[in-house]
Design a protein around this ligand. Structure first.
Ligand code: PRP
Ligand code: URA
Length: 209
């Protein structure tokens, strides 16, 4: 069964509260999304494998640990997932980035895929799918289906705000995918928006409304 990690760190809670505020500007919103992603990545990457290497310090030779050549792929779900990419790249600059394009039909809430470009050898990589919002879970489930169809085997999902409905759906459809989220909110409203949520993440990141 998938693991769900919800972050109770005060720094993350504080930054999520500013994100929610309707008065927060797009400029500040983008910075906060990046910062929160970076803080969450620290924990989400906790199980990266290590290998022992020899290093010569100014004093002596010593055996010490470094991250074993793990191949990481960050996969943002467009558009809003793009806002999370740099936060993770700051910690793992050598990661590759794939893109899955998808938008939710406003009436049916069904996701419509329109783009998919993944790094080579996706089957050898740890893939981290990023999207700030997990609402009905339709977009995340579909994106992970696409990844698996292209051969990805080890997948994690990271979001900022999740609705219980989305968590349940994702866990049901992809029990092998660990989920990391900064906060679990109360519910979805009749338009499929997370309550209290933060509104439309894509619009707030890119200033399109
Ligand atoms: C938002 C969000 C997720 C999706 C979540 O994207 O970024 O991808 O909705 O909803 P779901 O869990 O019910 O599928 P949206 O479809 O609004 O596209 P955008 O990022 O291009 O604005
Ligand atoms: N997508 C968003 O951007 N916000 C929500 O609350 C739900 C889906």
């Amino acid at each position: 069964m998938a693991n769900l990690t919800v972050f109770d760190h005060p720094l993350i809670q504080h930054k999520v509260s500013i994100l929610r505020d309707v008065k927060t500007s797009s400029n500040q919103f983008r910075t906060l999304v990046e910062e929160i992603t970076m803080l969450m990545s620290y924990e989400a990457l906790r199980d990266l494998p290590l290998e022992e290497v020899e290093v010569e310090t100014p004093i002596t030779k010593t055996k010490t640990n470094m991250i074993a050549g793990v191949k990481l792929a960050i996969i943002p779900i467009l558009r809003a997932g793009l806002g999370m990419v740099n936060g993770m790249l700051t910690l793992v600059p050598s990661a590759r980035v794939g893109h899955i394009g998808m938008y939710r039909d406003e009436e049916t809430l069904i996701p419509h895929p329109y783009y998919c470009k993944l790094p080579a050898n996706i089957e050898e990589r740890l893939s981290i799918v990023v999207d700030p919002m997990l609402a009905t879970g339709g977009s995340a489930v579909d994106a992970i289906n696409q990844l698996k169809n292209q051969g990805a085997k080890r997948i994690k999902f990271m979001c900022l705000i999740a609705a219980p409905e989305g968590i349940n759906k994702l866990m049901e459809e992809h029990p092998d995918v660990d989920i990391f989220c900064a906060h679990v909110d109360e519910k979805l409203n009749e338009h499929g928006y997370i309550v209290p949520g933060l509104g439309d993440a894509g619009d707030r990141i890119f200033g399109t409304k």
